[in-house]
Design a protein around this ligand. Structure first.
Ligand code: ADP
Ligand code: MG
Length: 355
């Protein structure tokens, strides 16, 4: 994979606080990369550094083989869409979108044609004569996108651009935006704190924690092979059990010394986290046939929660609180609170992570 955006050892300090701490990431041409992490982890700082809005930065950024150092934002081959996409209220839709091309020196007719092409790409051409106040939130967001792609930048940087939309519209826009990115063949770097949004849209996800990228991979890789406890906790639901490796190398829960048969390469006498995803756990009224490969525990249900497409059963087993989840279409058994059940999972579904 030839890298199109190449960020090397980027560091940004505010006083002695590291907003970015030795961040390196490569993005391929036409790739959709999501920067994912909780508020304050440095997503916006990284994005704005690529855009050229942040000074006094350590490290290197190049785009399409060109070093970006000393290049002001307007000379970089990027455009940015912010969360508060601030359309000019006194300009019509088409004027808003034509503003960029005009400023780039295009004549009025050319700029308007340019803007109309962009508006048609995002399905907003019929609204071109309206003012922003006459549009819904989703429509305004589409106009902001049209404005950002009007100059056909090689890279589009998006900072939580769907954050202001309600859930249903946001989900619809996620699909549309992804399709748009693919049809334009543009490189997208997209900031979000919403793991589901990142999973839906991105080719790869960079998970950030406290100014660092802690893991980069496809959604599947990050979900199934999280590098750390933090990543496992951030992506999807997770049962994270405090455990320790014994002197003999076996794994035991810290609570009641429940032995967990799992292949791992953690050192003896270390503290670790055992990860088992809720959907990997089966719940049944009776015990499963015993085997070396299956962990089967007697448990008591503490809550049953119906969430529409899935049902979650909360249990307590040997001092551990676990959540199990199965599709609501699988109505194998109806459980009630306080019921004695068995929870079981294949040992290959459990993973040992650094604590
Ligand atoms: P995110 O977008 O992931 O929420 P930011 O990149 O905005 O996080 O911020 C990362 C950290 O850097 C935060 O702790 C924030 O308070 C700090 N920070 C950002 N900008 C400044 C600034 N201009 N001065 C001081 N601290 C800042
Ligand atoms: Mg931010």
């Amino acid at each position: 994979m030839a890298s199109f955006i190449d960020v090397k050892n980027l560091t940004k300090r505010y006083g002695d606080y590291f907003a970015l701490n030795d961040v390196s990431v490569e993005v391929a041409e036409g790739e959709f990369l999501a920067l994912l992490g909780p508020s304050g982890c440095g997503k916006t700082t990284l994005l704005r550094s690529i855009a050229g809005f942040i000074g006094s930065i350590g490290g290197e950024i190049s785009i399409d083989g060109r070093p970006m150092r000393n290049l002001p934002p307007n000379r970089r081959p990027v455009n940015t869409v912010f969360q508060n996409y601030a359309l000019f209220p006194h300009m019509t839709v088409v004027e808003n979108v034509a503003y960029g091309p005009r400023r780039n020196g295009e004549g009025r007719r050319a700029a308007v044609e340019h803007a109309e092409r962009s508006l048609s790409t995002v399905g907003m051409l019929e609204f071109k004569a309206r003012y922003p106040a006459q549009l819904s939130g989703g429509q305004q967001q589409r106009v902001a996108l049209a404005r950002a792609i009007a100059n056909r930048p090689k890279v589009l940087l998006l900072d939580e651009p769907l954050g202001a939309l309600d859930l249903k519209l946001r989900k619809q826009m996620q699909i549309e935006l992804k399709a748009l990115q693919q049809s334009l063949g543009m490189t997208f770097v997209f900031v979000t704190h919403d793991q589901e949004e990142a999973l839906v849209m991105a080719d790869r996800i960079a998970v950030m924690e406290a100014g660092r990228i802690v893991q980069i991979g496809t959604g599947e890789e990050i979900y199934h092979k999280p590098a750390t406890r933090y990543v496992a906790d951030f992506i999807g639901d997770a049962n994270l059990i405090a455990a320790r490796v014994t002197a003999e190398g076996t794994l035991e829960t810290e609570g009641k010394g429940l032995s967990l048969p799992v292949r791992h390469n953690a050192s003896p006498e270390t503290k670790v986290t055992y990860l088992i995803r809720p959907e990997a756990i089966s719940v049944s009224p009776a015990a499963r046939a015993a085997s070396d490969d299956v962990i089967d525990l007697k448990a008591v249900t503490t809550d049953i929660v119906f969430v529409g497409n899935a049902t979650r059963v909360y249990v307590e087993a040997r001092g551990e609180k676990l959540v199990c989840q199965f599709p609501s279409s699988e109505r194998a058994a109806d459980f009630e609170r306080g019921q004695t059940v068995h929870v079981s999972w294949h040992r290959d579904n459990g993973q040992v992570l650094a604590r």
